[in-house]
Design a protein around this ligand. Sequence first.
Ligand code: SAM
Length: 226
Amino acid sequence: MSFSASIITLFPDLFPGTLGASVLGRGLTDGLWSLETVQLRDFATDRHRTVDDTPAGGGAGMVLKPDILASAIDAVSPAADPRPRLLMSPRGKPLTQARARELALGPGAVIVCGRFEGIDQRVIDARDLEEVSIGDYVLAGGEVAAMVLLEAVVRLIPGVLGGADSHAEESFENGLLEYPQYTRPQVFEGRSIPGVLTSGDHARIRKWRQEQSEDLTRQRRPDLLK
Ligand code: SAM
């Protein structure tokens, strides 16, 4: 069974967005993964198709109603669904390459995109939603965050990127940032490609890249080395 993503959103027209482009889009067309969008408003029960209400205790903004969201989740993901249920949320655990890889090797994900001030806590608890953040800033809604998560995940699904080794040396894969990359021309605005990379000596190239990765990580992201 291939990776299957279901997205619950008030803005299904935003998808597939970037997920339909290039190799990820080709993987979608080729059936290496699938994408379903679900309009949350379709689960509203009044004639105005209301999905939100004012926050209990007062305050700014609106809150997504728990009963409407629970109905949408239950319709998309019955109890036996093995897929994790994720809620895009600035309060969530930060997304990492390791979590992206785990998800890529699993059956897929059900992803809830929040809007407004947030979501009634009771549905988060009752449906065991895993809150996932894409960074320490606040977006207007979860749709772009869901695309970010799926871009990170889908490119790791076996077969989506051509070469098996395409991501083995990428940033975060081995706890380091990636080394600098170069291509032709040999000289660009007076700057040459480092000689070692055109030496043909693969052992030296490997060593140079490893050292560059370690230096860059020490300078820019010493937290990764801990
Ligand atoms: N009031 C919320 C708070 O302070 O935590 C922010 C709500 S935000 C305006 C609306 C929705 O955008 C959230 O429910 C979430 O789905 C999404 N969102 C915003 N920032 C995000 C982030 N950094 N990572 C993931 N999702 C985010």
